[in-house]
Design a protein around this ligand. Structure first.
Ligand SMILES: Cc1cc2nc3c(=O)[nH]c(=O)nc-3n(C[C@H](O)[C@H](O)[C@H](O)COP(=O)(O)OP(=O)(O)OC[C@H]3O[C@@H](n4cnc5c(N)ncnc54)[C@H](O)[C@@H]3O)c2cc1C
Length: 511
């Protein structure tokens, strides 16, 4: 008898979700993780005494649009979500405004501050909510080949479907202009859309902006105790159903015999067998673990891009104080801090030339404002996420240029909250190289693969593998950000992969 029914390679949140569904269905599950803790890009540790730092994603948005947390009963295993309201603190440094969970309140505030823009915001939400909901539904199942067309058809009843489709195919920077006259409204909305990677000028990138209405539906939340609260709860759920989790257990090889996955061999040489194997690592890591004859050319041709973001994580002796502060709101929501639209475009231009952005727009997150377990009394954690940062630099290496990038991020934040640098008592600098070395994110891409149309839906990671089954090797499955619907804390990929695996292994339809 094999050691397990299902071996899970990697313990990122998607892989853990697959493992949790499988364990609940009665399969004997073994999870093997390279690092010393579970969670991958959704993990948290006390890196400075008294201060808990997230290693990767911090804002839980997409997962709240899925049934994962309820289906797996994660509150029973210690997960407690804290809702952020306001969800976003938008600012050019002079005129802050807020996106509340309540759309009407947001529109009223906007109307008072920028006459006409509140009405535009409401129109934007009304126009695109059906589309955003249709996309969200498509994210919850295995992708088919005609998703964009289906999205357009599902994007609303009546009106001019052709005009809607044209907008969907446009760059989001242009669509935001069609709705909002005020740059101080457009720039932060564009900056949030840029979080998936593509810049505001990319064709067919509009969906990243048109998704915005769903923030008002699902909200923005934080697990108490840090982002890793989600993956710790998943680990407990797996173990409660008899699953086993091995950390410090890097998988070197996925064993294949007679075109069937047999199990894994770890770096240390130990082997474990299973009826099936699912890999939740980066797809290039999965490919590297397979015998070369089982790796099709398409697997090596995926586009990973050239870096993306840079994070400066700070432990502060006292709370952030914004120049134009409206305490505590400004510290609660995600700070979409951007001076104007040009700032993002200039940063992207520098990135294309192989240079780190000199004056980056920032996402500022100081979640100790809502969670007193993250910092000692009176202290604060502050994460500053900045874009765009190339993995391959035009000159120097990340070892020699990290300090300069850190300075530029801190200088950029001083525009909003002067004096912050004097409060620093500890820090973690995450360059694209750091993300690759520590989290296994190839070339520092936090979404694993570029989130562009050629690699979304049925094209992720490539057509023949988009059904979560590795082509040509029976019993080998994929999950994670390398598969549909891509990166971000969502778990949809983990859930759909579980569905595919369970129907193959148990011959029972998913209920
Ligand atoms: C700095 C940063 C900030 C982010 N911010 C946000 C955010 O605020 N909101 C949001 O929604 N998303 C955010 N993201 C993106 C999001 O966190 C990721 O896209 C997502 O968590 C990926 O999860 P995953 O389960 O697919 O894979 P991963 O988290 O990449 O998990 C893969 C796992 O496989 C393990 N592994 C690798 N090789 C091996 C091996 N040989 N053997 C065994 N195990 C192995 C890795 O250690 C890792 O644990 C951010 C990501 C980063 C890095």
């Amino acid at each position: 008898m094999p050691d397990f029914d299902l071996i899970v390679v990697g313990a990122g949140h998607n892989a853990l979700i697959t493992a949790a569904y499988a364990a609940r269905a009665g399969l004997r599950v073994g999870v093997f993780e390279r690092r010393h803790l579970v969670g991958g890009a959704v993990s948290t540790e006390e890196l400075v005494p008294g201060y808990r730092f997230d290693y990767g994603g911090s804002a839980h948005i997409l997962i709240r649009l899925t049934p994962v947390v309820e289906e797996l009963e994660l509150s029973r295993y210690g997960l407690r979500y804290l809702d952020l309201d306001p969800m976003f603190h938008c600012s050019d440094g002079e005129t802050p405004w807020f996106i509340h969970r309540d759309a009407a309140r947001t529109a009223d505030d906007l109307e008072r501050l920028f006459p006409g823009e509140g009405e535009a915001y409401t129109r934007f939400l009304n126009d695109w909510t059906p589309f955003a909901e249709a996309v969200s539904d498509l994210f919850m199942s295995a992708p088919g080949p005609l998703e964009l067309g289906r999205m357009a058809l599902a994007s609303g009843k009546g009106g001019d479907a052709g005009a809607r489709l044209r907008r969907i195919l446009r760059p989001y920077g242009e669509v935001s202009r069609e709705y909002f006259r005020e740059e101080r409204v457009r720039a932060p909305l564009n900056w949030m859309a840029a979080q998936s990677g593509p810049p505001p000028t990319d064709p067919i990138s509009a969906p990243f902006l048109l998704w915005h209405p769903l923030y008002h539906r699902g909200g923005v939340a934080r697990p108490r105790g840090g982002s890793g609260g989600l993956t710790r709860a998943l680990a407990r759920a797996i173990e409660a159903h008899g699953g086993q989790i091995f950390t410090n257990a890097p998988v070197r090889e996925i064993l294949v015999r007679g075109k069937r996955a047999q199990g894994v061999r770890l770096e240390g040489g130990d082997t474990y067998t299973a009826r099936a194997v699912v890999s939740g690592t980066h797809v290039l890591t999965t490919a590297a673990a397979l015998p070369p004859e089982h790796v099709p050319a398409a697997a090596r041709e995926v586009r990973v891009g050239n870096g993306f973001g840079f994070v400066l994580r700070l432990a502060l002796s006292s709370p952030v104080r914004y120049r134009h502060h409206t305490e505590p709101d400004s510290r609660v929501g995600m700070g979409l801090l951007i001076k104007n639209e040009r700032q993002l475009l200039k940063g992207y231009g520098e990135y294309l030339a192989g240079e780190p952005t000199t004056d980056p727009p920032l996402i500022a997150m100081s979640f100790s404002a809502v969670d007193d377990s993250l910092a000692p009394p009176g202290g604060e954690v502050l994460w500053l996420w900045a874009q765009y940062y190339p993995y391959e630099l035009s000159r120097g290496t990340w070892d020699t240029r990290a300090a300069e990038a850190r300075e530029n991020v801190l200088n950029a934040f001083e525009h909003y909250a002067p004096g912050t640098r004097d409060k620093i008592v500890g820090e973690l600098v995450q360059t694209p190289l750091w993300l690759e070395q520590h989290l296994g994110l190839h070339r520092g891409n936090v979404m694993h693969l570029e989130m562009t149309t050629d690699q979304m839906f049925a094209f992720r990671p490539w057509m023949q593998a988009s059904g979560y089954r590795w082509p040509g090797v029976r019993g080998l499955y994929l999950t994670g950000a390398s598969t549909h619907p891509g990166g971000g804390i969502m778990g949809a990929s983990g859930r759909t992969a579980a569905r595919v695996i369970l129907s193959d292994l148990t011959r029972r339809a998913w209920r």
